[in-house]
Write a protein that binds this ligand. Structure first.
Ligand SMILES: NC(=O)C1=CN([C@@H]2O[C@H](COP(=O)(O)OP(=O)(O)OC[C@H]3O[C@@H](n4cnc5c(N)ncnc54)[C@H](OP(=O)(O)O)[C@@H]3O)[C@@H](O)[C@H]2O)C=CC1
Ligand SMILES: O=C(CO)COP(=O)(O)O
Length: 324
């Protein structure tokens, strides 16, 4: 297949390697000339150091060239950038496969809604689940979910994107999968805060469990199915991001817990931590629709209202006692 990937960060590059090694002809769009040259020379050291990239993964800075004569367009830019990027393409009803995990702040839209809004397309799938780029690029066995209408296209993408170490399940619950992938990043930041306090295992386990409850609550608002939150895109991704050494969100939370401020941490990071933005969108949605999400709301206050992380944990622990 001819596949184009929009976004040449860690996930776009890693999936580019998988797809090129699966035998596809892959073009990857980057806005950075240096990244283009690096990828075409066989490595993307800024985002995926030490990984040799195949020759049939070709980088270009020309988005029209990247998406021309392609059957599948893969979205791999941060969620807040998806709208402006897809506005640039000359869309011809290609299959869209989204990798981005987030909620657009201004609209409260999931990525499927942003794509529908801009491209008027429903020829759309979302790939989500526990899948750090650093491990996928090293062919470490990984299982994910491809969400969308269960038609012939989903079967085709499932087959063409899978390989012996990258196993794809399908799931018709697009909303549930997208909400899960977006909100788990919030709790990964909270997990990082806990790690900064001294790797508190009890607290981390409680966080992951109660996060899955909050995920189910906001999932209901978006119309997702309860079972999805118990699957790879839900609890699966929650576990990996809250515990992984690779997680950008967990790292951000660790720095936050050590007393660093938002701008200071952002300056030291070269990759996106989506939870920083998704927590804003979730804060607005939860307030407006009276959805009980105490952990997400408290994290919002820590990031944006400068509440001390220790005080935030104390406040969560001393809420009114209640039934599970
Ligand atoms: N990394 C991972 O393991 C995984 C990531 N994801 C999700 O995939 C998405 C991408 O993540 P990831 O690859 O890690 O992110 P990175 O920060 O590694 O890379 C982001 C890429 O998007 C580009 N980009 C950023 N802003 C814009 C913009 N406004 N217009 C055009 N291009 C832009 C960046 O270019 P530049 O360098 O020029 O800024 C860079 O190429 C996120 O939603 C993330 O949650 C999902 C699963 C796994
Ligand atoms: O979504 C991911 C793994 O499934 C990546 O998580 P981080 O952005 O926290 O690294």
């Amino acid at each position: 297949m001819n596949i184009s990937i929009l976004g040449s960060g860690s996930w776009g590059t890693s999936m580019g390697k998988v797809l090129a090694n699966n035998g596809h002809s892959v073009k990857i769009w980057t806005r950075d000339e240096k990244v283009k040259n690096n990828i075409n020379n066989g490595e993307n050291p800024h985002f995926l150091p030490g990984i040799t990239l195949p020759k049939n993964l070709i980088a270009t800075t020309d988005i029209k060239k990247a998406t021309d004569k392609t059957e599948v367009i893969v979205l791999a830019v941060p969620s807040q950038a998806v709208r402006s990027v897809i506005e640039k393409i000359d869309y011809k009803d290609q299959i869209i496969v989204n990798l981005s995990k987030g909620i657009e702040i201004n609209t409260g839209y999931l990525i499927s809604d942003v794509v529908k809004d801009v491209l008027k397309s429903e020829n759309y799938f979302s790939l989500s689940g526990p899948s750090h780029a650093e491990e996928v690029a090293r062919d470490i066995p990984t299982s994910v979910v491809l969400a969308g209408k269960e038609d012939k296209n989903i079967k085709k993408i499932q087959k063409e994107f899978s390989n012996v170490s990258f196993r794809i399940y399908t799931n018709p619950d697009l909303k549930g999968v997208e909400v899960s992938g977006a909100v788990k990043n919030i709790y990964a930041i909270a997990a990082g805060v806990i790690d900064s306090m001294g790797n508190w295992d009890n607290t981390k386990a409680a966080l992951i469990t109660r996060a899955s409850v909050e995920m189910t609550r906001i999932g209901k608002y978006f119309g997702g199915k309860k079972e999805t939150y118990a699957g790879l895109a839900g609890i699966g991704d929650l576990i990996v991001t809250c515990t992984s050494q690779h997680s950008r969100n967990r790292y951000f939370g660790e720095q936050l817990g050590r007393g660093k401020k938002l701008d200071e941490i952002l300056e030291s990071m070269n990759m996106v931590a989506e939870g920083i933005y998704t927590v804003k969108a979730v804060h607005n949605i939860a307030l407006k629709n009276k959805i009980e999400m105490p952990i997400a709301q408290k994290l919002y206050e820590v990031i944006y209202n400068d509440i001390n992380p220790k005080k935030a944990i104390h406040e969560l622990m001393t809420r009114n006692l209640k039934s599970e």
